[in-house]
Design a protein around this ligand. Structure first.
Ligand SMILES: [Zn+2]
Length: 489
């Protein structure tokens, strides 16, 4: 056959030489036809058809026609990795890899890929030696850890080893907001919590401390705030739980930060916790029950004179509150039960409505000498209330209850003020004493007017930041709020 091939090659070379020597296209097509017949003949010879030598190639025992051997194709996710004659060592290499990873990560581990073994016929050269294949499989096979992800309202908070660690993490977040020695009624999360099984590469599994630290740091949220009437940097920082220094630093574009103007834009960035703990506690508290004050008109008394007919006395009660806190901060307080320990005694004042009038300037003699500005129940005293200074007292009664000037003086403000609603301020001489009246329904005096002690100036309402009809009454000396109680009869 070799001699025939040699002859064929020689013939071919000759044709090629003749083609290259020709310039005419017609001759070229003729010789190309001869060439294709010759090539077809050669392919038949190579495929074992009886040739010039008369010999036939046949497959012998264990070998296929073309010398192929049976082997297993090892594929990773459908892609061919290697051919092995025995899949056993490869399978045990895989098992070793998984066992090793289980010990290394102390977790439940599985393969990240689908590894298949398929029997095929291949050239012996392609079949790998066993040690080779095992090394390849150790390198190529990727393991995944069967971990637990913690979600809060569909936000992944972290990924830990297992459900036990996930619960440990959640318990430790809760315990941050349970004060030592207290036993809250309930401790829950504001968000919907889910613990979900998840397969991740080993380096994505976090330890509980890391997830705790990340959660504590929170996620930064930025918002724009439009300055409202009466806002200062301090009040904005307070109402948004922000650090004042940080607010100042982030708003360096504001030209005069000490005097904010309504409509100015501020940048507020605060860290928002992705996980919020809600605790409810039942707190018993002993409270003072304020007494009511009733003002009665008395014609037998001169105008502007007052006389105490009955001394008032505070009562006592025991109240149980249910307090709801979010991340340790009080958000809600509801009264569960109330038990009166001693009833208060009403205070009754007679207010002169007779003919004689005192002059505007001679009324005050210092000490507890202001006129009771309204009848009603003292619902809130002076001092710290819900973490803020309550600058006056609240006297509650029905809408329209008359409100009197606490002393003679000049009305320096009668209009609307933020929070106070309809508001009156009276200046009492040059002593620096000012009295203020908030949440009014209507005005009976106007700014600039001179008023007498005990003169009707307004009627009780619930305007401004008020939860019900009451008078908010303030006493200021040189602009510092005083406790009005020590000025009243
Ligand atoms: Zn008030």
């Amino acid at each position: 056959m070799n001699s025939f091939l040699t002859k064929a090659k020689k013939g071919l070379a000759g044709i090629k030489n003749r083609i290259s020597g020709m310039a005419d296209d017609k001759f070229l097509r003729i010789y190309q036809h001869q060439l294709s017949i010759l090539l077809t003949l050669m392919i038949f010879l190579a495929a074992g058809i009886p040739g010039a030598d008369g010999a036939t190639v046949r497959p012998d025992d264990g070998q296929t026609l073309s010398g192929l051997v049976p082997a297993y194709q090892v594929s990773v996710d459908g892609a061919e990795l290697a051919y092995v004659s025995d899949p056993g060592p490869v399978k045990s290499a895989l098992a070793q890899k998984i066992e090793g990873a289980k010990r290394q990560y102390d977790m439940d581990v599985s393969l990240n890929q689908e590894i298949t073994f398929e029997k095929k016929l291949v050239s012996p050269k392609r079949v790998c030696l066993p040690p080779d294949t095992e090394n390849v499989i150790r390198r190529e096979a990727k393991v995944q850890c069967n971990a637990s992800a913690v979600y809060a309202d569909d936000v992944r908070i972290g990924t830990v080893k297992n459900e036990k660690e996930a619960n440990e993490f959640l318990d430790r977040v809760k315990s941050r907001y349970v004060e030592n020695g207290t036993e809250p009624e309930s401790v829950t999360f504001q968000e919907e919590i889910r613990i979900v099984p998840i397969s991740v590469p080993p380096d994505q599994v976090q330890d509980v401390d890391t997830v705790l630290a990340e959660t504590a740091k929170g996620r930064e949220a930025v918002q724009e705030y439009t300055v409202a009437d009466g806002d200062t940097l301090t009040t904005v920082a307070e109402s948004h739980d922000m650090d004042l220094d940080r607010l100042v630093a982030e708003n360096s574009h504001v030209p005069d930060p000490d005097h904010l103007k309504p409509g100015q834009k501020l940048r507020l960035s605060c860290n928002v916790s992705p996980l919020n703990v809600v605790t409810t506690e039942v707190i018993p508290q002993e409270e003072v029950v304020p007494f009511e004050t009733e003002v009665r008109e008395d014609e037998s008394l001169d105008r502007d004179r007052t006389k105490i007919l009955q001394k008032g006395r505070e009562g006592k009660k025991k109240t149980e509150f249910r307090v709801e806190k979010i991340n340790g901060k009080e958000k809600n307080r509801a009264v569960l039960s109330e038990q009166v320990l001693s009833e208060p005694v009403k205070k009754i004042i007679a207010k002169g409505s007779g003919k004689a009038e005192l002059s505007v300037t001679s009324s005050r003699g210092g000490g507890r000498s202001l006129f009771q500005p309204a009848s009603g129940r003292l619902t809130s005293g002076f001092g710290q209330r819900w973490g803020r200074l309550h600058k006056g007292i609240d006297i509650a009664n029905s809408i329209g209850t008359p409100i009197y000037a606490a002393d003679s003086g000049k009305v320096i403000f009668a209009g609307t003020s933020r929070g106070y609603g309809n508001f009156i301020q009276i200046e009492h001489g040059s002593s620096g004493l000012i009295t203020c009246y908030g949440h009014l329904k209507s005005f009976d005096v106007s700014s600039g007017e001179v008023v007498r002690r005990g003169q009707l100036i307004a009627h009780m309402g619930s305007t401004g930041n008020s939860t019900g009809p009451h008078l908010h009454f303030e006493v200021r000396v040189n602009n510092t709020p005083q406790n009005p109680i020590s000025y009243l009869p």
